[in-house]
Design a binder for this molecule. Structure first.
Ligand code: HEC
Ligand code: HEC
Length: 342
């Protein structure tokens, strides 16, 4: 009898241990989903050393409206079509595009992940509420459609789509829908990309190359060229440099944007809650990627007001005496400090 009780106890214990292991596994693999609330202190202690500790998202952070709440009828159809074009842009506007062949074959979604709904992945939450506004880059009052054109001409290394046609109107309808309820100037957790703390030293492309080889190359290719999908219409893994990548006028060409994006989203599957790179690895791999060749865009009209120019914008002139190289790779703290005293 005693033997039997011991036997049952052992089985019960085994079940409990398995359950705990399963729960821990599930918790740590909940990457793509909703915010994981509550931090597992044991895992923080271990991974904090590497700078990839788990982080939590505030309970009141913005969440995109659910796709199944897109209304029926014509208005809803425009929103859905806009979402489709933003997610599968190459199908419509890439080198094999069905509407116009005016871009490098990337999708808007490659950088605005999950239809632009994801935190710290250039989501569209605050976009529409920001208008009307004056673009700091051009110094001009721009309609929202012009911001779409900007990403076509820079991130998609292409030319402007016809903004009077259905596609651009549909994209705007989706951007309006996803930003519903957001107020002008509302502070939004997770907007744009994470602002990583500056490193003391300049970001190092050589160290970044090691990160690339170990953690990025298998998807993005030895030469950063990406991998086309079997139908050759779009990319399974988008390019990081070369002729088909974003040009040097794109937001990602600023290494703070690229490093913050990579920290929270790459290698694919990483999230704000479960980053896989240390800040240092993110800065260095960003430096490596942006030290590689890519198409050039004439930008001499941009940032006419030098005081609004981002400190990591890699082309002069500047409102200070730091070199182009330091503006591109850092160290950034001295540049930031010089601007604060003005
Ligand atoms: C498992 C495959 C995989 C790995 C590994 C990976 N990526 Fe990606 N990456 C992707 C995919 C897929 C996308 C596009 C996401 C989408 O469209 O939803 C992407 C998008 C990107 C983008 C934005 C689009 C572009 O091409 O400019 C950057 C930048 C990027 N990855 C950098 C990196 C870096 C840096 C690493 C290594 C630290 C890395 N990736 C590792 C799959 C991967
Ligand atoms: C290579 C990456 C990349 C691709 C591809 C890309 N974008 Fe962007 N986009 C960015 C970055 C980075 C920013 C923010 C930084 C900036 O303003 O320069 C941005 C900003 C935007 C904004 C402004 C968001 C806001 O809240 O103000 C809109 C709208 C936008 N992109 C639309 C698009 C559209 C439409 C496409 C496809 C035609 C596209 N983007 C493709 C990287 C990309």
């Amino acid at each position: 009898m005693a033997k039997r009780i011991r036997y049952i106890l052992i089985i019960a214990l085994t079940i409990m241990v398995c359950w705990a292991a399963y729960a821990a596994f599930f918790n740590s693999h909940n990457g793509q989903g909703k915010a994981v609330r509550g931090v597992d202190t044991a895992s923080v202690k271990v991974s904090a050393v590497a700078g990839t500790a788990r982080r939590t998202i505030p309970a009141d952070a913005w969440e995109a409206p659910a796709v199944n709440t897109i209304p029926p009828g014509n208005a809803g159809e425009m929103i859905r079509y806009g979402r489709e074009v933003l997610m599968h842009t190459a199908k419509y506007f890439g080198p094999q595009g069905s509407i116009a062949r005016i871009s490098n074959g990337m999708n808007c979604q490659n950088c605005h992940l999950d239809g632009g709904s994801r935190l710290f992945a250039n989501n569209y939450a605050g976009f529409i509420s920001g208008y009307p506004k004056i673009s700091q880059r051009s110094g001009k009052n721009q309609p929202p459609a012009q911001r779409i054109v900007d990403c076509f001409e820079r991130s998609l290394g292409g030319t402007s789509p016809d903004t009077t046609k259905r596609e651009v109107k549909a994209m705007l309808a989706y951007l309006k829908w996803i930003g519903q309820g957001v107020k002008k100037d509302q502070k939004l957790f997770g907007s744009a990309t994470e602002r990583l703390a500056f490193m003391d030293d300049a970001a190092d492309p050589l160290k970044g190359r090691q990160v690339f080889v170990a953690k990025c190359q298998k998807c993005h290719g030895k030469n950063g060229q990406g991998t086309l999908s079997p139908d050759k219409i779009s990319y399974t893994y988008p390019p990081l440099w070369g002729n088909h990548s974003y040009n040097d006028g794109a937001g990602m060409y600023r290494i703070s944007n690229l490093a913050g994006f990579v920290k929270n989203n790459m290698p694919f599957g990483a999230t704000y809650q479960n980053p896989r790179l240390t800040d240092e690895e993110a800065w260095n791999v960003a430096a490596f990627i942006n030290s590689q060749p890519r198409p050039h865009k004439d930008q001499h009209q941009d940032w006419q007001n030098l005081h609004t120019k981002p400190i990591d914008f890699p082309f002069g002139p500047y409102a200070d005496n730091f070199s182009e190289k330091q503006h591109k790779y850092g160290p950034f703290a001295p540049i930031k400090a010089a601007h604060k005293h003005k």
